[in-house]
Design a protein. Structure first.
Length: 472
């Protein structure tokens, strides 16, 4: 069972298509796995075995043409609406919320034949890089239960890494898909062409620029398949661009010049993180790609603008929800508020100025990336941290000890949310403690297939490894 449940989703689909296993049999294996490991991981928060069996039976009995995901068991982050399943964004203020309809991306999964196992844990209002809340508690990393699986899609990443699910959907406004994938050793993508309709909270205002729904799985082939199924415009959703899916062309990919950087020149990263970037560079060169050192000059200003919208605007939008019930906020959300409150509330002119400058900085970044449409970089300064940690000491490239704060450690993902660009994560190596280290592959807006294609080539030399077996 363990071997089967950590196989690529595309391999499971092949077994289903060949009728070597039924949808019900595969669902039963996942039910057993969740019942065995979830008490320790706390990844899946809404799980109904009888409903899963009913879905699987219906799939096995169906006489309709087989969809691309026929019988595949998937999970969904509990900020993305799944009809009848809890969608609470980890908050007591949303306790018991059950949507009556699917988010658009979930509806597309079902139309393709997927089986929805349940919804997964996330931090309150999605505003943390660690998954913990007052409803369900913290999610642990299957590589080391003393460490976080990341956030805000931490429950989703832990479930996929440990074989509780074959893949699923997360969401990402500042690294919330990519950082958990890096921490747990799976593949994932922040895309630019998937509808966000049905996400809680709504992607409105500044978050319409930053936020997206995206696929998470154990291999890039699985991520690419999920992206193919759920991407595409929706006539009531202004986020998903009307750009048709195209299969990556290996020869065309090799014509793309690739830039890379080991750090951003501002904060330190671990030695193993630097080595992971170098290993990826050497891999792509062996495959015939042109790869050069390049770091866009506008990244830091992009991060500062991201912070204005995500942290300062986020606090202004979300804090009023708890007026009179402040004691119901979770420690992780209070931690977010404490960071946001280090700055005064945004005045209207400051917000308008930041919004206008965003277009200028995005344009500048696009110009800087003309010669290098693909960028390789760290996902994070560090591998998965221990529950509750917020500060670290690292050596920089010159060997000097440097203090590293919580939000700064995560900055490598934030630039591409402001740019609205696709960015994927593929596992590359391990830290000294044996923890996964991923690499970020980012592109220009609407270049999702290029990102997927290059990340898939990297995976040929690296990729997912099952975490140590967890025992109940």
């Amino acid at each position: 069972m363990s071997d089967l449940l950590t196989q690529p989703a595309v391999d499971l689909l092949a077994l289903l298509a060949a009728k070597k296993i039924s949808a019900l049999e595969l669902a039963e294996l996942h039910i057993q796995r969740i019942e065995q490991l979830n008490p320790r991981l706390n990844a899946v928060t809404d799980f109904d075995p009888e409903e899963i069996r009913r879905q699987a039976t219906d799939i096995d009995r169906s006489t309709s043409p087989r969809g691309l995901l026929h019988g595949l068991p998937l999970t969904v982050k509990s900020s993305i609406s799944v009809a009848g399943r809890l969608c609470e964004t980890g908050s007591l203020f949303n306790k018991g919320r059950r949507p009556t309809s699917d988010a658009e991306a979930v509806a597309r999964l079902r139309k393709a034949g997927a089986l929805i196992l349940g919804t997964t844990n996330c931090p309150e209002f999605l505003m943390a890089y660690e998954t913990d809340n007052c409803l369900y508690g913290r999610t642990s990393n299957p590589w080391d239960l003393t460490r976080t699986a990341g956030g805000s899609s931490g429950g989703e990443s832990a479930a996929i890494a440990a074989g509780l699910s074959a893949g699923g959907l997360g969401s990402d406004g500042g690294g919330s898909i990519r950082e958990p994938a890096h921490f747990t050793g799976i593949c994932a993508m922040k895309p630019g062409r998937i509808p966000t309709a049905g996400h809680l909270p709504d992607n409105v205002g500044p978050f319409a620029l930053l936020g997206t729904v995206g696929p998470m799985a154990r291999t890039m082939a699985d991520v690419a398949l999920l992206f193919r199924v759920v991407s595409g415009a929706l006539d009531i959703d202004p986020i998903a661009a009307p750009v048709p899916y195209r299969s990556p062309n290996p020869e065309a990919l090799k014509a793309i010049r690739i830039g890379y950087f080991e750090d951003d020149g501002v904060v330190p990263v671990t030695a193993e993180t630097r080595q992971a970037v170098q290993d990826a560079v050497h891999s792509l060169r062996r495959h015939g790609f042109h790869v050069e050192a390049f770091r866009p000059p506008s990244l830091e200003r992009a991060r500062e603008l991201w912070y204005t919208f995500f942290a300062r605007c986020g606090a202004m939008l979300l804090e009023p929800l708890g007026r009179g019930r402040e004691s119901d906020f979770s420690p992780t959300f209070l931690d977010f508020l404490s960071i946001a409150h280090t700055h005064p509330p945004l005045a209207a002119d400051a917000l308008l100025g930041a919004w206008c400058e965003t277009a200028i900085v995005r344009s500048r970044l696009l110009a800087e990336m003309r010669d290098f449409p693909i960028l390789l970089s760290p996902v994070c300064s560090i591998p998965a941290f221990r529950h509750g940690e917020r500060n670290w000491t690292l050596q920089d490239a010159n060997g000097a000890s440097r203090s590293l704060a919580y939000l700064d450690a995560m900055r490598f993902t934030q630039w591409f949310n402001l740019l609205g660009a696709p960015a994927a994560v593929v596992p590359i190596s391990r830290s000294a403690e044996g923890l996964p280290i991923g690499l970020q592959v980012a592109g220009r807006p609407y270049g999702d297939e290029d990102v997927l294609g290059i990340a898939s080539i990297l995976e040929e030399d690296f990729g997912y490894t099952a975490p140590p077996e967890l025992r109940p």
